[in-house]
Ligand binder design. Structure first.
Ligand SMILES: [Zn+2]
Length: 396
């Protein structure tokens, strides 16, 4: 096949490499990265990015893909713990008109809305906190993590979480919502998980708002990881997790959560995380690339290096510093997304990438900006009964 032979070299770029290295070129051949700071081969498509930033495809460590077709919902100004929100939410699930699309017939389409939401923000891998529906094992806008186990929370699953943890292979992450709130009940969940023997080196806590700095250091030293969802926490609890101990230990990832509580997409979380100044811009980028890959035990994601899968996103230059550019970006700043060396989304000026790869494309609009999208994705997006807000697809 032609595309397996034809390389693409992105030049005049700022490429996020490993260990803080920023390269000026990256070459993609087939589904892999050929190298950083390498010269184009003779038949390559050479794309001058004029200072744009190339990041490893972003890793969204926490989403509920099927719950992105709803508005943010709460029924009190501020909650003290997630149990209060769940108690408000559950009786309304079948009655609230805002939640009317949440019926089983729309599940597959809603999962796709979640996939498109992630792709448009430069995400190429997402960890879905719910069972892996069959449509997530078929061609989908982004990669979905397969090797992991979840519990919802102690609030929903109770002490049965211990059995879930025990059955999780030690090399897979075990992921659970925990300490989601600001009161003693939220904080006590950590002690309960400890008593149940659920705090080990493959334990990944989501939220952790009620974890104090000292407890954070103890947990991080035991290898426990944290997935931070800052806009969800601000919305429900008007509070922010103290993530510094997990960042220092390299045990921190970032997640968007669903739009039921989160602001929108992973880039919204990136900007919110940077605004707390708990973590440097480079640290924020690490949370959505290599750090997330480490937390989720992903060997093929989050890093651009020779022979890695060519999952990448290009972000137009917004600041002198490459990390500041990513930390300040929103999805209209994303000008190219490739998944496994295949073009998925591009700004019109980068549409040659589709031509070179032989990928059929369709013109779309994203938040009022023209983009081209792989036709197979655009066709599916157009058929969905629920639309991804801001994505307009003409007939294709
Ligand atoms: Zn969640």
């Amino acid at each position: 096949m032609r595309w397996r032979q034809a390389g693409i070299t992105l030049v005049n770029a700022r490429v996020i490499g490993e260990a803080g290295r920023v390269a000026s070129t990256v070459r993609v051949r087939g589904d892999r990265v050929d190298g950083l700071d390498v010269a184009p081969a003779r038949d390559d498509l050479v794309v001058d990015l004029d200072g744009a930033v190339v990041t490893p495809g972003l890793v969204n460590a926490h989403d509920h893909l099927e719950l992105n077709s709803f508005p943010r919902l709460k029924w009190r100004e501020r909650y003290d713990n997630a149990g209060e929100w769940i108690a408000d939410f559950q009786p309304r699930f079948t009655r609230d008109p805002c939640l009317a699309p949440a019926n089983p017939e729309t599940l597959e389409d809603r999962l796709w809305v979640g996939g498109l939401k992630n792709l448009l923000s430069g995400v190429t891998t997402v960890c879905h906190h719910n069972p892996l529906h069959r449509s997530l094992r078929r061609p989908f806008p982004v990669r979905v993590v397969r090797n992991y186990r979840i519990s919802h929370s102690l609030l929903i699953d109770g002490p049965q979480v211990a059995e879930s943890y025990r059955r999780t292979p030690s090399e897979w992450p075990w992921i659970i919502h925990a300490a989601e709130g600001v009161d003693g009940a939220a904080a006590r969940e950590i002690e309960l998980l400890d008593q149940l023997g659920c705090l080990g080196a493959n334990t990944v806590l989501v939220h952790g708002v009620a974890i104090c700095a000292e407890r954070g250091r103890q947990l991080a030293s035991r290898g426990v990881s944290l997935i931070w969802c800052p806009t969800s926490n601000a919305f429900l609890f008007a509070a922010c997790a103290d993530v510094r101990a997990f960042d220092d230990a390299g045990r921190l990832a970032l997640g968007s959560d669903s739009r039921l509580s989160g602001e929108g997409d992973l880039l919204d979380e990136v900007r919110a995380a940077a605004a707390t100044h708990q973590v440097s811009a480079e640290g924020v980028v690490r949370m959505v690339t290599s750090g997330a890959a480490d937390v989720l035990r992903l060997t093929g994601a989050g890093r651009l290096r020779a022979r890695a899968l060519a999952d990448l996103a290009v972000i137009r230059p917004l600041a002198n510093d490459a990390y500041d550019t990513i930390a300040g970006a929103c999805r209209t700043d994303v000008t190219l997304v490739m998944v496994g060396g295949q073009a998925a989304l591009a700004a019109p000026e980068l549409a040659d990438v589709f031509t070179h790869l032989g990928v059929e494309r369709t013109e779309v609009m994203v938040d009022g900006q023209p983009r081209v999208m792989a036709r197979w994705l655009a066709r599916r997006a157009r058929r969905l009964r629920l639309a991804e807000p801001g994505l307009e697809v003409a007939a294709c």
